[in-house]
Design a protein around this ligand. Structure first.
Ligand SMILES: C[S@@+](CC[C@H](N)C(=O)[O-])C[C@H]1O[C@@H](n2cnc3c(N)ncnc32)[C@H](O)[C@@H]1O
Ligand code: SF4
Length: 382
């Protein structure tokens, strides 16, 4: 029988500078001991491999932080060890997040030689003034150059843009998005700017000093224009913020959204694997503390939850409804929820049910969290 699949997420927690909107686990350090970090990441990987043997790895994602600041030897060593610990699917998707200001052609080539097949570039904006306001260290021209190099180097390239920015007009976003679509990536992640507590933008906002953010009505218009333009360009949304040419969806994202098994290596990484119990792991956030813990215990896990089969079903419902393709009701029933009462939401035009598939409509997509909370059977959720 086929071995159960596994996704591997590796978190690199360092960045050249902290962006004022970002609440990811990212830190700025004067110096990083790359050998010590390589040893620790490999050690945590070995610990997880001993816990979860006999798996087929279908996706590996180096996220951050800024993993393009990793030593390419570290990426190569992690990929080699994944191949020693498990079966590495020949079609496995191997992605590295890259920042356009910290990369150059030589490094891309080394990451490619290490085995990376897909790069996700943090372009964020194609307007220099906006890049500056977002605290980015690169210009739009730098981002385009990095994108061109990436396209020459990797079989698959995606990039991220943030929209609904301060003082952004709908007309200019249309123009910018058309420029982005002309760059012909096979995948685009388009995020509306969110103001997160604990960030510099969060603090400014709390003092009423983050000006020019769009009203809810304008935000909704941004979203609609984004859907229409990407759809017309052949990169429809396959998830709320993710767009791809058919067949170019990020397999790693699909592991999360289909509630499949994955492990998380590195500071602040999450993992979820198994069913009844479905185990959820979380590692220490602070890089130096994580490093020390791995030295002592072989892993940096600080929290481990034993979730029920019902929790796994709820995870599948919550994550899967983000996908345009929706969820399989049969799989949901196998995981433990078979009595979903969707009639009211179908009548309201928020959900669509056809045969085995349940999906959210475009309107439903805007209300997903509320929808899922209402849908979950109450007695089991208690
Ligand atoms: C871990 S970060 C990206 C990788 C890389 N460090 C970079 O910045 O280029 C993942 C993505 O999340 C998005 N993001 C982060 N914070 C956000 C926020 N507050 N609002 C909208 N998008 C955000 C950005 O598009 C970013 O590229
Ligand atoms: S957006 Fe990227 S570069 Fe900026 S702080 Fe966050 S992880 Fe680092």
């Amino acid at each position: 029988m086929d071995k159960p699949t596994l996704g591997v997420y590796v978190h690199w927690p360092f960045c050249a500078a902290k962006c004022p909107y970002c609440d990811f686990n990212s830190h700025v350090r004067q110096a990083v001991d790359h050998s010590a970090w390589r040893r620790a990441l490999l050690s945590e990987l070995a610990t997880m491999a001993a816990r979860l043997p006999d798996r087929r790895v279908v996706s590996i994602f180096f996220g951050g932080g800024t993993p393009s600041l990793m030593a390419p030897e570290t990426v190569a060593a992690i990929l080699a060890d994944i191949g020693h610990h498990w079966d590495l699917d020949p079609a496995a998707e191997i992605t590295l997040e890259a920042n356009p200001s910290s990369v150059e052609a030589g490094r891309f080539a080394e990451f490619r030689a290490a085995g990376v097949g897909r790069v996700s570039l943090g372009v964020q904006a194609l307007r220099d003034a906006d890049l500056k306001a977002l605290g980015r260290l690169h210009s739009a021209a730098d981002a385009k150059r990095a994108f061109d190099t990436a396209q020459k180097t990797f079989p698959r390239v995606s990039f991220d843009l943030i929209y609904a920015r301060q003082r952004q007009s709908l007309a200019d976003w249309e123009k910018e998005l058309r420029e982005a679509l002309d760059m012909t990536a096979d995948h685009l992640s388009l995020y509306q700017l969110t103001v997160e507590p604990g960030t510099r933008f969060g603090a400014l906002h709390a003092r009423g000093r983050l000006r020019g953010l769009p009203s809810p009505a304008l935000s909704a218009a941004f979203y609609e224009v984004t859907q229409a333009l990407t759809e017309a360009a052949g990169l429809p949304a396959y998830e709320v913020s993710n767009h791809a040419k058919p067949g170019c969806e990020s397999r790693h994202n699909l592991v999360y959204w289909m509630a499949r098994d994955f492990i998380g290596i590195g500071p602040g990484a999450h993992g979820r694997f198994g069913t009844a119990p479905r185990i959820g792991t979380e590692t220490e956030l602070m890089p130096e503390v994580w490093l020390e813990r791995v030295g002592k215990h072989g892993h940096g896990i600080v929290s481990e939850e034993m979730n029920t089969g019902f929790d796994h079903a709820a995870e599948y419902l919550m994550m899967g409804l983000r996908l345009r393709r929706g969820i399989s009701l049969r799989r949901l029933a196998t995981l433990g929820i078979s009595d979903l009462d969707t009639g009211f939401f179908e009548d309201e035009g928020l959900l669509h049910r056809a045969g085995d598939t349940l999906r959210a409509t475009a309107r439903g997509n805007l209300l997903l969290n509320t929808l899922v909370a209402e849908l979950l059977p109450r007695e089991s959720a208690a």
